[in-house]
Design a protein around this ligand. Structure first.
Ligand code: SAH
Length: 244
C-alpha cells in the first residue's frame, strides 16, 4: 500500500514537472524576448534623434529586427549600428532606416520601390506604412531568403524581384516614392523616370566608401535636390560586380 502511494506521488511529480517544462517552453516561444530592448532602441536612437512621424515610430516598434539578422548577431540586433547579413552586405543602422523612411513622407495609399532588398528589414518597415512595396535585389540568395522570411511573417504587400535595381521595376511604375539602399555615383536615369511627378526619392550618392544621403523631389519633371546627411552604404553594383 505504502509503495503504491509512493509510486503514485512520484508519477504525479513527474507529470507536474513535465507540464511545467512544456508550458515554460510554450511561453518563452510565444513572448517576444526583445520587446523591451526594441522599445529602448526606438526611444534612445530614433525618437531622441528627432524622428517624429507616428507611422515611422510605430513601424520601428512593430518590426522585429532580430529576425532579420543572422542568428549569431541576434543579440546585437538593436544596437546603434549596421550589421553584416552575409554575401558581404549589411543591414543599415536602425536610425538610418527610420530617417530614410520619414524623409519620404509616406502614407497608406502609396506604392514604393526599394532598390537593395538585403535582409528585407527596410521592406518590412515600409510595408507597415504604405500600400505596396516593390523591392529589387541583385544577389539571388539574399532575395530568396528575405522573401521566405517576409512570407513566413505574413506580409502580403511586399513583392521581391531578383535583378539589377539600377533599372528599377518598370512594370509597376510610376512610384510615389523610391528608396535606394545601395550607393551609385549618380542618380540612375531609369529610377528618375519611374518616379511619379511630385514623388520623392531618397538615395545615397557619392564614392564607394562614403556618400551623401540625398532627397530628390520631382517637380515639373525635374529633380530638386536636398542633402540630408553623410552616410556609408554598400555600393550599387552591376551584374559583373562593377560599381555604378
Ligand atoms: N535595405 C536592406 C539593406 C541592404 S544593403 C536591409 O534592410 O537589409 C544593400 C543591398 O543592395 C545589398 O543586399 C546588395 O546586394 C544590394 N544591391 C547592390 N547593388 C544592387 C543593384 N544594382 N540592384 C539591386 N540590389 C543591389
Amino acid at each position: 500500500m505504502k509503495v503504491l502511494t509512493i509510486k503514485i506521488s512520484l508519477a504525479f511529480i513527474v507529470l507536474l514537472s513535465l507540464l511545467f517544462i512544456t508550458s515554460f517552453k510554450f511561453i518563452s516561444l510565444n513572448t517576444d524576448k526583445y520587446e523591451r530592448v526594441r522599445q529602448r532602441m526606438v526611444r534612445e536612437q530614433i525618437v531622441a534623434r528627432g524622428i517624429k512621424k507616428q507611422n515611422v515610430i510605430q513601424a520601428m516598434l512593430d518590426v522585429k529586427r532580430h529576425l532579420f539578422v543572422p542568428q549569431n548577431y541576434e543579440r546585437m540586433a538593436y544596437e546603434d549600428r549596421p550589421l553584416p547579413i552575409g554575401d558581404g552586405q549589411t543591414i543599415s543602422q536602425p536610425y538610418i532606416v527610420a530617417l530614410m523612411t520619414e524623409t519620404l513622407d509616406l502614407n497608406k495609399n502609396m506604392k514604393v520601390l526599394e532598390v537593395g532588398t538585403g535582409s528585407g528589414y527596410q521592406s518590412a518597415v515600409l510595408a507597415k506604412i504604405v500600400k505596396e512595396v516593390y523591392s529589387v535585389e541583385i544577389i539571388e540568395t539574399l532575395a530568396s531568403k528575405a522573401e521566405k522570411l517576409l512570407e513566413g511573417l505574413g506580409y502580403k504587400n511586399i513583392n521581391i524581384k531578383v535583378g539589377d535595381g539600377y533599372k528599377g521595376w518598370k512594370n509597376h511604375a510610376p512610384y510615389d516614392a523610391i528608396i535606394v539602399t545601395c550607393a551609385p555615383s549618380d542618380v540612375p536615369k531609369p529610377l528618375e523616370e519611374q518616379l511619379k511627378e511630385g514623388g520623392k526619392m531618397i538615395i545615397p550618392l557619392g564614392g564607394s566608401i562614403t556618400q551623401e544621403l540625398v532627397l530628390l523631389e520631382k517637380k515639373d519633371g525635374k529633380l530638386i535636390k536636398k542633402v540630408v546627411a553623410p552616410v556609408r552604404f554598400v555600393p550599387m553594383v552591376r551584374n559583373d560586380g562593377k560599381r555604378y
